[in-house]
Design a protein around this ligand. Structure first.
Ligand code: KG4
Ligand code: ZN
Length: 357
C-alpha cells in the first residue's frame, strides 16, 4: 500500500482564516481529516462590511493556532505532510499575503513542495471533496466577489461562458440585507426573512434577462430595492421585499442557467451532462432546490457541495493542492499574491460602465 499524499491547505483571501488537512483513500477519493474555519464576523460587524486592515490583522493573530488545530484534529504529525497549498488570489492583498507567506514559510521549514492556489479554483473543485466528479462539468460559481458560469474542462482548464457585468450575487444579497436593516453579514438572513413574506408583492427588475447570453447583472436590482425601502414602514413589507428579491434572483438564475446549459452542450458535444454549483451563495436552500429541479428537467446530473464546503474554507484549497501535487505542479517560493486572478485568462473583462452586450 503506497503512502497517500497528505496536504495542508491554507485560506486567508478575505474574512475567514482557515486550515485543513486532506488525503485520499485507496480508490483515490479525497478524505477531509480536518477543516477549521474561523470567521471574523465580530471584527467587521460594527463597520457593516469587511475592513481589509482589520481582516489582515485578525489573520495574523489566528493563523498559527488555526493551522496547529487543523494538524492536531487530523491526527497526523507535521512530518507526515507532503505539501502545503495556500490561496494566492484573487482577494484582498493584505489578507492573501498572510496565508501565502505562512504557507511558503511552512513548506520551506519542512522541506516540502509549495502550491499556490487560485481561490476560485478551490470553489470550482469543492464538490470533489465528497463526490466522484469527472471533467468536463458546468460550474455556476456564486460567491461574495464572483458570479460566473464556467465550462470546467480539466484541472486549470476553464472556459468562462458568462459572468456578472457589475455586482456579484453575494454582494447583491449583502447590499439588499443592509438596505433592509439586517446586520452584517446579512446575505444568509435574506432567505430567512423571505420565508415570512409574499414573493409576488414587488415587481423587481431582472437586468439583461433577455440579452447578453448567460452574463448576469444585479446592480439595477439593488437600485430598485433602495427606492422601495424608502417607503417601507412595516415588518410585513420588509419580509415581502426580501421574498420578492429572493424570487427575482431565482428567476434570473433559472433563465441564465438554462442558457448556460445550451452553451455548455454546444462547446462540449456532451454525453454526460454535469452541473455543479459552488460558492457562498450556493448555501441558499431555495436557489439549490430551484437549480435541482432545473437539472431534473434538463437531464443534468447535479453535484452540489454540502453547505460546509460552499463558503470559504481551506479543504477546497487543499483539494486543488492534492490534484496539483499528483501532477507535480509545484510553485516557487517567490510566487506573488494575485489580488486579481481570473480562471479564464482569455475571457474579456466585462465589468464597469459602458459594457455592451
Ligand atoms: O464564497 P464565500 O464564502 O466568500 C467569497 O469568496 O466571496 O461567499 C460569501 C457570500 C456572501 O456574500 C454571503 O452573503 C453569501 O455568500 N451567502 C449567501 C448565503 N450564505 C452565504 N447568500 C444567500 N443565501 C445564503 N444562504
Ligand atoms: Zn470564496
Amino acid at each position: 500500500m503506497s503512502k497517500k499524499p497528505l496536504i495542508l491547505g491554507i485560506e486567508t483571501s478575505c474574512d475567514e482564516t482557515a486550515a485543513s488537512i486532506i488525503t485520499e483513500n485507496e480508490q483515490g477519493n479525497p478524505i477531509v481529516l480536518s477543516n477549521i474555519v474561523s470567521s471574523q464576523v465580530e471584527v467587521h460587524k460594527e463597520f457593516g462590511g469587511v475592513v481589509p486592515e482589520l481582516a489582515a490583522r485578525s489573520h495574523i493573530e489566528k493563523i498559527d493556532w488555526i493551522v496547529e488545530k487543523a494538524i492536531d484534529e487530523s491526527g497526523k504529525k507535521i512530518t507526515d505532510i507532503d505539501a502545503v497549498a495556500s490561496t494566492a488570489g484573487p482577494g484582498l492583498i493584505v489578507c492573501l499575503s498572510v496565508g501565502l507567506s505562512f504557507g511558503k514559510a511552512f513548506a520551506a521549514s519542512i522541506n516540502k513542495p509549495f502550491i499556490a492556489v487560485n481561490h476560485l479554483e478551490g470553489h470550482a473543485l469543492s464538490p470533489k471533496l465528497n463526490s466522484n466528479l469527472n471533467y468536463p462539468y458546468l460550474l455556476l460559481l456564486i460567491s461574495g466577489g464572483h458570479s460566473q458560469f464556467l465550462n470546467v474542462q480539466g484541472l486549470g482548464k476553464y472556459k468562462r461562458l458568462g459572468t456578472t457585468i457589475d455586482d456579484a450575487l453575494g454582494e447583491a444579497f449583502d447590499k439588499t440585507a443592509k438596505l433592509l436593516g439586517v446586520e452584517f453579514p446579512g446575505g444568509p438572513q435574506i432567505e430567512v426573512l423571505a420565508e415570512k413574506g409574499d414573493p409576488n408583492k414587488y415587481n423587481l427588475p431582472k437586468p439583461i434577462l433577455n440579452k447578453g447570453g448567460c452574463n448576469l447583472s444585479f446592480a439595477g436590482l439593488k437600485t430598485a430595492i433602495l427606492k422601495i425601502t424608502k417607503s417601507i414602514k412595516t415588518k410585513k413589507e420588509k419580509f415581502d421585499l426580501a421574498a420578492s428579491f429572493q424570487k427575482t434572483i431565482e428567476e434570473i438564475l433559472y433563465k441564465k442557467t438554462k442558457i448556460a446549459f445550451s452553451e455548455f452542450e454546444k462547446q462540449n458535444g456532451i454525453k454526460e451532462k454535469i452541473f455543479v454549483v459552488a460558492g457562498g451563495v450556493a448555501a441558499n436552500k431555495k436557489i439549490r432546490s430551484m437549480l435541482f429541479s432545473l437539472c431534473e428537467e434538463k437531464n443534468y446530473k447535479n453535484i452540489f457541495p454540502p453547505i460546509e464546503f460552499c463558503g470559504d474554507n481551506a479543504a477546497m484549497i487543499a483539494m486543488v493542492g492534492l490534484e496539483k501535487y499528483k501532477l507535480k505542479q509545484f510553485d516557487k517560493l517567490d510566487h506573488p499574491a494575485k489580488p486579481r486572478w481570473s480562471l479564464d485568462e482569455k475571457a474579456a473583462f466585462l465589468k464597469g460602465a459602458g459594457v455592451r452586450l
